[in-house]
Write a protein that binds this ligand. Structure first.
Ligand SMILES: [Ca+2]
Ligand SMILES: [Ca+2]
Ligand SMILES: [Ca+2]
Length: 495
């Protein structure tokens, strides 16, 4: 060892940025410390968000003490990477961090006791982030890294207490689950806690990953369109700097899932009779409401299926209500009642609700399938627009071989704007340069002022305005096909 000569050492951050030598990413720099108190600073610019790690190499000093301490800071002096090199660690590399673009600083200093004037070679290794990595700092909702569904993102907790926020948006309701993968840490403690919440901070999914849970997957959440956030935190005790891969798996809802939050009659998920819907009580405070329209009076029965929970307690209460809130029927489903069926219930035409709730003591977040079956079945008309099922709160009807569909549902699906004049009972719909005008009970429709004769006029059924599907869709330039065997209308919009 040589005795240290104390130079005036640079200690403040302001001085650091003044003294720093400018270096480039992916370009090694060779330098040395001239004394135990010598400190070297480097300034490096990240041109875009990216993955960064430090490599640090030197000759073998044949001793295992720490000779160099290398720290990387952001422009406001937060430490983003730290790496120590022992005398024998000739070709060291730090962990990776996922940083935003901007100016960063690297400081190299001695351990304080052990030091070496031997040359070292330092490199800031950088790979541009094309959306596959988190972007630090992302410790709040406001700083959340934006991600896309069905596209994995890699992140890590570079220090204990690092919290990673992500943000994604879905434009259509859908089924969502989270997958969360990482290397095997060979320990069964919880290292990561993953919480997903909506824009008003209601928790919609929670998932914990232990060290050995290398390919984890959360339960399903059935969500409405909107922006959601994911927070990944360390456990209070266990922490790992290992990379994790997070993915939001999303499947668009074509009407086969509940749409949360459906916790009141007002937010009930619209379903159709004779078609199953899948949902779950994600927490014991979750309640699921469904709304359906009975086109005519008749008999219905509720079907309620779920996996076998191997316990005979009641886990679900399923109730049928009329529009005035009178309970008409209650079906209890025990854990072993995998295929539940209610009695037949005679009801009149109109709107009804089904409420699925937790029994009060036993709760399961397992998916269930609910169907409001009509006795004998009701032949229904299905309408698809560009491959996607359109749901109607008043079923389409067929009259004189023409299918009539609820006006608002079809126009909204086609992105046309609609206005209604109650005095003249006239509907005006606009899309692009096309304007069509129709009047209830009148067989003449006008397209941009030109009269078109309809086989069947627009009419009001159960308080809903129904319009001829083909005439309307074709007026807006769409192609319309009818399959009589499946009673399916297929509307295809041009480019
Ligand atoms: Ca992080
Ligand atoms: Ca639910
Ligand atoms: Ca619910």
């Amino acid at each position: 060892m040589v005795l240290a000569v104390n130079f005036g050492t640079v200690t403040t951050f302001a001085a650091m940025s003044d003294e720093a030598e400018s270096i480039s990413v992916n370009k090694p720099v060779t330098d040395n410390l001239s004394s135990v108190n010598d400190v070297k600073y480097y300034e490096v610019e990240l041109p875009a968000p990216g993955k960064v790690n430090l490599s640090f190499s030197h000759a073998n000093l044949e001793r295992t003490y720490v000779y160099w301490k290398v720290t990387m800071f952001d422009s406001v002096e937060n430490e983003v990477l730290y790496f120590e090199s022992t005398g024998t660690n000739t070709d060291g590399k730090s962990m990776s961090v996922y940083l935003d673009k901007g100016t960063y600083y690297v400081r190299v200093k001695s351990e304080g006791y052990w030091y070496s004037t031997t040359d070292y070679t330092l490199c800031v290794n950088y790979t541009e982030n094309k959306g596959e990595y988190e972007i630090e700092p992302n410790y709040s909702k406001e700083l959340a890294t934006e991600i896309s569904v069905n596209k994995p993102v890699i992140g890590n907790h570079r220090v204990k207490g690092d919290t990673d926020f992500y943000k994604f948006t879905i434009s259509e309701p859908g089924k969502v689950d989270l997958s969360f993968n990482h290397a095997n840490l060979e320990r069964t403690y919880v290292y990561w806690k993953v919480t997903m919440f909506d824009s008003v901070e209601n928790i919609v999914l929670y998932f914990e990953s232990t060290g050995t849970n290398t390919t984890g997957k959360s339960m399903n959440a059935y969500l409405s369109e909107g922006t959601y956030y994911i927070r990944v935190t360390t456990d209070d005790y266990w922490h790992s700097t290992a990379d994790y891969t997070l993915c939001v798996n999303y499947t668009e809802n074509q009407g086969e899932y509940e749409i949360e939050p459906n916790n009141s009659q007002d937010n009930a998920t619209l379903i159709e009779v004779d078609e199953p819907v899948t949902g779950n009580l994600r927490t014991s405070s979750d309640v699921d409401y469904y709304r359906f329209v009975m086109p005519d009076s008749g008999k219905v029965y509720l079907g309620f299926n779920h996996p076998n929970l191997e316990r005979t307690y009641v886990y679900w209460k399923v109730s049928l209500y009329d529009a005035n809130g009178n309970r008409l029927y209650q079906l209890n489903s025990r854990g072993t009642d995998t295929v539940g069926k209610s009695d037949e219930i005679k009801i009149g035409s109109g709107t009804y609700y089904v409420k699925v709730e937790y029994e009060g003591y036993w709760h399961s977040s397992a998916d269930y399938s609910l169907t409001v079956n009509t006795v004998g079945g009701i032949p229904k008309v299905k309408v698809f627009l560009n491959g996607k099922r359109i749901r109607f709160d008043q079923p389409p009807i067929i009259q004189n071989g023409r299918t009539l569909v609820p006006l608002r549902a079809i126009f909204e699906a086609m992105n046309a704007t609609v206005s209604w004049d109650d005095k003249t009972k006239t509907v005006t719909a606009k899309k692009g340069d096309t304007t069509i005008v129709m009047t209830i009970g009148n067989k003449t429709m006008k397209k941009n002022g030109v009269a078109i004769e309809l086989d069947v006029p627009p009419q009001i059924v159960n308080g809903r305005t129904l319009v001829p599907a083909r005439a309307v869709a074709e007026s807006f330039g769409a192609k319309v096909d009818w399959d009589g065997s499946t009673r399916t209308v297929t509307i295809t919009e041009g480019n």
